[in-house]
Design a protein around this ligand. Sequence first.
Ligand code: B1M
Length: 216
Amino acid sequence: LPVGERLTQRIVDGESKGIEADLDEAMADTAPLDIINTFLLDGMKVVGDLFGSGQMQLPFVLQAAETMKTAVAYLEPHMESDAAGAGKGKIVLATVKGDVHDIGKNLVDIILTNNGYDVVNLGIKQPVQAIIDAAEENDADVIGMSGLLVKSTVVMKDNLLELNSRGLAGKYPVMLGGAALTRSYVEQDLQGLFEGDVRYAKDAFEGLSLMEKMVA
Ligand code: B1M
């Protein structure tokens, strides 16, 4: 198999042993970020479909996720970074309460960090209080929330209402992302009830371009 297909298959199989050699081979003619966005995320998509249709059990999904993380960690030092632009702005980033999915959030972290933003990555299952505390303590420019479960979209809405009621909506623009969200939910429903600026990023690159607008 060509190396790209091998990498996709490795994610599906959760086979991380020896993945470094395949990644080195792929990097000979493909940029690390493109490897993530094509070969590796193609694998996660297959995993999601298999799991969703009952053809893959959870422990195997976890193994696929661990393989994805191993691959991303190996590629990260090879990514181009825009050190000259350091200190462009600060985002507090968290996966919301009740949700453990963090691969997408961590990709957002990598891409923003490599493009000169300061990222305070709080991790998973973060209650709104922890997010607000971190934003205040770090004097953040933006709050970023990620979530992949349908119930996380409700948590995000509640978190926005909490920012409203504490009078913090005008202080922190909010960026939301994650597979369970839709653009229309954020841009119609949530923008209607949030008293500040809330935006939807469909992927990490849209997250980067939004960050540029929100900090400016
Ligand atoms: Co879970 N899981 N999972 N899972 N899992 C989903 C989300 C699911 C859609 C699978 C399915 O049924 N087809 C489904 C949710 C269904 C729903 O809510 N209706 C699901 C479920 C049900 C569950 C459990 C409940 C299963 C169970 O226990 N019975 C459980 C939940 C636990 C919990 O959270 N409390 C669970 C657990 C897990 C694992 C631990 C095994 C593992 C996560 C490991 C980890 O993250 N460390 C896992 C995985 C891997 C998945 C799938 C297969 C893949 C997710 C992923 O990493 N995708 C997923 C299927 C799917 O999404 N279709 C699924 C790759 C990643 C790069 O994409 O995170 O969307 P994503 O990020 C994108 C964009 O969304 C965006 O940028 C990224 C790309 O550039 N983005 C942002 C994300 N966050 C952003 C933030 C931003 C900006 C952009 O700004 C702030």
